[in-house]
Design a protein around this ligand. Structure first.
Ligand SMILES: Cc1ncc(COP(=O)(O)O)c(C=O)c1O
Length: 447
């Protein structure tokens, strides 16, 4: 355990405290029950990597609004930009008039994405909407209908995006789903029990078979992939697999869509995770940390593709709202000024160093993986069988919360913990949070 000088966690009541319990009881009475909640606390305010609940308990946040707060909660520059914008223009609708923040952000996105040649951007309200826009635009551009997605994928919860999403728990009872969606195996080397190269060959063989047995490659409009699978358990796609997808799309005239909603905006140590593979997508989808918590999604791609949607076929009342645009412009500056990409790499290296010790001591810690500061630990009942251990993971998360650290699970089987701390977390806060995680892991998973 690493010595922590100053404690940031401050628990003044039991968790959840009485005020949290009262608000959660009202939520249960008045809010639709299908809205999942990972913790029983009600939050009052937050700053950087610290969150304070309505009972005055302060927690270290290793979830960051599900990967939305790379620059931290309520970054002063984001707050100032939003406040200033709110006093000038809260809403206009880009469908009615133009405003500079929308245009300036699109310019910035167009040069930031790892796509050579001229790009254009469309702004929406969420990651799911931006993914939907990407597939609509890909269909309009190619004149084809089929979409290839992957096992374990998560692309959102709208009706079209649950059709792309893989986990049954997210989609059951909502069918029928979008037709013409074809699912290929995802190269999840740990679960296949293979090394990365063998896993790529295995999954690629399935992709090739699919082109004979399932879908005509000539009718594929798009291949949609998360360069680091998020909800699926923080599984980076091997560079070789991405290269083959690029070749597939070039050969068959399909659009390669990188869903960087969770992996984008610095989390992995580069602005976008796919940069590390040296592969160019045709469209890249951003949301989450793009705008530090103000709802926004961006679909950015080759100009000729982006221009293929018919006039009036894309956009919505709120898409690219001025408050969200100025927040995102501030995020670009903060990432640069505070060197948060380097920080993501450092955070990742530090967590890996500590996790290597845990993995040595705890046979239940089957895998530690990810890119940069986008890391997950996968818990199994034993290393030989790799049987997922979701119940134990739940106990670990509950114990962490009781000790002042907010964590969140991931993975098809719910047996992973994902680490998505704000990149502005200090070294001391990080170690304090990791000490709590370590204690919970050793308590629950020690042989
Ligand atoms: C990879 C990925 N795509 C899309 C989405 C959907 O984004 P939103 O929740 O903003 O609709 C998410 C959300 O977690 C995601 O991780």
């Amino acid at each position: 355990m690493v010595e922590v000088m100053q404690r940031h966690i401050n628990l003044v009541t039991e968790v959840p405290g009485p005020r949290s319990r009262a608000i959660v009881a009202r939520r249960e009475a008045h809010v639709a029950a299908g809205l999942y909640k990972a913790t029983p606390i009600a939050v009052a305010h937050a700053q950087g990597a610290l969150v304070t609940d309505v009972d005055g308990n302060t927690y270290i946040d290793l979830v960051g609004g599900i990967g939305t707060l790379a620059v931290g909660h309520c970054h002063p520059a984001v707050v100032a930009a939003v406040q200033q914008q709110a006093a000038q223009l809260i809403h206009m609708s880009a469908l009615v008039g133009s405003y500079e923040a929308y245009v300036a952000l699109s310019e910035r996105m167009n040069t930031a994405v790892p796509i050579s040649g001229p790009c254009k951007t469309l702004l929406g309200n969420s990651g799911a909407e931006a993914v939907e826009d990407a597939i609509k635009i890909a269909r309009a551009y190619t004149g084809k209908s089929a979409i290839i997605v992957f096992d374990g994928a998560y692309h959102g919860r709208t009706l079209a995006t649950i059709s792309l999403t893989s986990r049954v728990a997210f989609k059951k009872k909502f069918g029928p789903y979008l037709p013409e969606v074809y699912r290929a195996p995802f190269p999840y080397a740990y679960r296949y029990g293979m090394d990365e190269a063998a896993c790529v060959e295995h999954c690629w063989a399935a992709m090739e078979r699919m082109q004979v047995a399932v879908v005509d490659p000539a009718n594929v409009a798009a291949v949609v992939i998360e360069p680091v699978q998020g909800e699926g358990g923080f599984i980076p796609v091997p560079a070789e697999f991405l290269r083959r997808l690029r070749d597939f799309c070039d050969t068959h005239g399909a659009v390669l869509i990188a869903d960087e909603v969770q992996s984008g905006f610095g989390r992995t140590g580069t602005l976008f995770a796919i940069e590390q593979a040296g592969v160019e997508p045709d469209i890249l989808v951003s949301a989450k940390s793009l705008s530090a918590g103000v709802p926004l999604g961006a679909t950015t791609g080759r100009a000729e593709i982006m221009d293929a949607a018919p006039l009036g076929g894309i956009g919505g009342t709120f898409g690219g709202n001025p408050l969200a645009c100025v927040a995102a412009l501030a995020v670009f500056d903060i990432l640069e000024q505070e060197r948060l990409l380097e920080r993501a790499t450092q955070i990742g290296a530090h967590i890996r160093e500590r996790a290597a010790v845990w993995q040595h001591d705890l046979p239940m810690l089957g895998d530690v993986r990810g890119r940069g500061a986008m890391l997950a630990l996968e818990l199994v009942t034993d290393r030989a069988s790799r049987t997922p251990a979701p119940m134990q993971m739940q106990v670990i998360l509950e114990r962490m919360l009781q000790q002042g650290v907010i964590g969140l699970r991931a993975g098809l089987y719910g047996n992973c913990i994902r680490l998505l701390a704000p990149l502005v977390i200090t070294d001391e806060q990080l170690d304090e949070g990791l000490n709590v995680l370590e204690d919970a892991l050793y308590t629950v998973a020690r042989p």
